[in-house]
Design a protein around this ligand. Structure first.
Ligand code: MG
Length: 373
């Protein structure tokens, strides 16, 4: 039951290299499966989301975060009559361009590149992975994904300007992305804002009292839960309140996006694309709650002194390895030395580092620079 404004797979702009149709999987289902079977996707398991393995094996990593984004996105997409296969593919691929060590690693890699007059952007890197780095097919490099998936990789979270990014001209930069892609940025936020409260509480970096005082939407649900289950232990009341908060964010995003679509008189994908603003959005009230939660996490978790040592490691390891390979390109693996014949050395080093898992980059640091001193 696809809505008129959904992406219909039969109208896909297709793949760079045309392929015969599959007997029982449509093109977006095949793209989803290609992402799942890619090497970059498997590496997400060993990349930090917020907490490294030092804390616990049951905290989120990039892979389990990605699966949570996919779950939330599928629920919302189905309710809105959007293309669930496309949404699932975009959710599964949305963090595939992230370097090791979470946000700190991304920042360190960008800083290193800026010393060379370049920069690092995880969406652009994700596109390079699916277009070029994944080698699975004899007939072409990359995964040969459909236009709509590649467009979503680029446009889900960020509007790129055609003047600054001529290489992205084919992705209709003057138009909004389909709702399937618009959703991903918001479901990503729902997933990590709630998950980071959960892991932060479990790690004893956030106390229940702090969360209750700093996140009003959580507090309202907590009070409701405490009335219904006065004798439940704190952790279960916490879980119940967090689950209700997640449900509120999801339900609001569905209802408010639906209302905006109706109000704007949107009936086709073309109208979604040509509408001046993105249509997927929370209501003003819930948007304010989302910002409060995010602000709370910024002030109390992401910059917590307990997380500092690993962030310092991340900065040092990324920047020192980057500089080491800049000075000593002969120490790069043969395939990267070969790539450096055609592309600039800093970009090749950046690609190499961005693809690494947390433990692989620690190994490289040990091997070339003697490890953490
Ligand atoms: Mg994410």
């Amino acid at each position: 039951m696809l809505a008129g404004y959904a992406v219909h797979v039969e109208s896909s702009r297709g793949r760079r290299f045309p392929e015969p149709p599959h007997p029982y999987r449509n093109d977006f289902q095949r793209d989803r499966d290609r992402v799942i079977h890619s090497r970059a996707f498997r590496r997400l398991e060993a990349k930090t989301q917020v907490f490294t393995r030092r804390y616990s094996d049951h905290f989120r990593n990039r892979l389990t975060h990605t699966i949570e984004v996919a779950q939330i996105s599928r629920t919302i997409a189905a309710e809105l009559g959007l293309n669930v296969d496309l949404v699932e593919t975009l959710a599964l691929v949305h963090d595939i361009g992230h370097p090791p060590f979470g946000h700190a690693g991304e920042k360190a890699l960008d800083t290193a590149m800026r010393t060379q007059g370049l920069f690092f952007d995880h969406n652009l890197h994700a596109l390079r992975i699916v277009e070029d780095f994944e080698l699975r097919y004899a007939a072409f490099r990359g995964l040969n994904l459909t236009f709509e998936v590649r467009e979503g990789i680029i446009k889900h979270s960020h509007d790129y300007n055609a003047g600054d990014y001529p290489q992205l001209a084919e992705y209709l930069l003057d138009q909004r992305p389909p709702l399937e892609a618009q959703l991903i940025d918001l479901t990503d936020e729902i997933a990590y804002n709630t998950a980071d409260l959960d892991d932060g509480y479990e790690a004893h970096l956030l106390s229940l009292d702090e969360i209750r005082a700093g996140v009003p939407v959580f507090e309202r649900h907590y009070q409701e839960v405490a009335r219904i289950y006065p004798d439940a232990i704190d952790k279960l009341k916490f879980n119940e309140a967090l689950k209700r908060m997640l449900n509120r964010l999801v339900s609001d995003l569905i209802a408010n996006t639906q209302a905006r679509v109706v109000q704007a008189g949107i009936g086709t994908l073309e109208q979604v694309r040509n509408h001046p603003a993105r249509l997927a959005a929370f209501s003003a009230e819930v948007e304010a709650e989302r910002q409060q939660a995010k602000q709370f996490l910024h002030e109390n978790l992401y910059f917590s002194p307990t997380l500092e040592p690993e962030k310092d490691d991340a900065e040092r390891i990324v920047s020192e390895l980057f500089n080491f390979w800049m000075e000593c390109p002969a120490a790069l693996p043969p395939s990267y030395r070969e790539k450096a014949q055609e592309e600039s050395l800093p970009r090749v080093i950046c690609d190499y580092i961005a693809g690494m898992t947390d433990h692989f980059i620690y190994e490289q640091y040990e091997k070339h620079l003697g490890g953490i001193r």
